[in-house]
Design a protein. Structure first.
Length: 321
């Protein structure tokens, strides 16, 4: 980006404590993969985020928004677009009765724990998801075939022009692992959720501990990964089973390309054994998707998103290295 010094100066004025330049994406990526980002900005409030988006729009500066990178694979060439990362600086949470108000940067496991501590139930299924609330809402994330959208009352989102818009639950377009925010160019800034009173808080805590223990047993925890690579298709699930089972039956556990390895622990996870590149991961994803389609007739869709150097998000199974 030729105008980094002047651009950085303007962005530092808008977000005084949130600007970094030449950021190694491999350090923030959960896959520990990616080149350098020219400019990264971490807003500290909704006001800063609005001002930031408005300025970038006014000056036609390409940008993208990320959270904790849980489902993201960054390009080996890095990132030229301005990267807005929403995290702990916008992570406030307030609980009043059954309602939870939280900013998009709230850490999901911590949010689930606070919901439990407030004597509420319904957030147990997200307690082990290592992401931020904004990303969870965009993906309608969850586990046990549940999605966070069922608990949402409404949310605030910011347009490219910096306007604040309110969405109620029906207008969010929630479906399995999807929402309108994956396509409409808006940034989820905060949300209001509602959970039910827990008849037995200790039982909710036990369930959360069981979920976390189950995740430790089933999923690779010690090697960098993005979580489940492929989405579960209900039709395929009924006929063939979950993605991991289909991939395992084809003998992919332990399959390696470069530093990328199909986890021997769970076949729907690709781990970075050290030095893996985005090209390694993409090649492995393409090989798996093609093989499963040939064998079953079902084309699995990747939950993981590839981030191009220009800042576009592409389904990782649609990228050919």
């Amino acid at each position: 980006m030729n105008a980094i010094p002047s651009l950085a100066g303007e962005l530092a004025r808008i977000c005084p404590e949130g600007l970094q330049v030449d950021v190694p994406l491999a350090r923030i990526s959960r896959w520990r993969i990616g080149g350098n980002a020219d400019v990264m900005v971490r807003p500290g409030s909704m006001v800063e985020l609005q001002a930031l988006r408005a300025w970038l729009h006014r000056h036609a500066v390409p940008h993208l928004v990320i959270g904790s990178t849980t489902n993201l694979l960054f390009a080996d060439a890095g990132l030229r677009a301005v990267c807005i990362q929403i995290g702990g600086r916008m992570g406030a949470v307030a609980i009043r009765g059954q309602e939870v108000e939280a900013e998009a940067g709230a850490w999901v496991p911590g949010l689930a724990r606070r919901v439990m501590q407030a004597g509420l139930t319904g957030a147990e299924h997200v307690c082990g998801i290592p992401g931020t609330l904004g990303g969870l809402i965009c993906m309608n994330g969850g586990s046990q075939r549940k999605g966070i959208g069922s608990a949402l009352l409404d949310l605030s989102a910011i347009t490219p022009e910096g306007e604040l818009i309110r969405f109620d639950q029906p207008t969010c377009g929630f479906a399995y692992r999807t929402s309108v925010f994956q396509e409409n160019g808006l940034i989820v800034a905060s949300a209001r959720l509602r959970f039910d009173p827990a008849p037995d808080r200790a039982a909710v805590r036990r369930e959360m501990l069981e979920i976390l223990a189950s995740r430790r047993r089933k999923f690779p925890q010690k090697q960098p990964n993005c979580g489940s690579v492929f989405k579960s298709n209900p039709a395929m699930y009924a006929e063939i089973g979950p993605p991991g089972a289909a991939i395992e039956r084809l003998g992919f556990k332990g399959r390696r390309i470069g530093g990328a390895l199909v986890s021997p622990q769970h076949a729907n996870f690709i781990v970075n054994e050290g030095g893996a590149t985005a090209a390694d991961v993409l090649a492995l994803i393409a090989e798996i998707a093609d093989a499963v389609e040939r064998e079953t007739g079902y084309r699995m869709e990747a939950e993981a998103k590839y981030v191009t150097p220009e800042g576009r998000f592409l389904a990782a199974d649609q990228v050919f290295p």
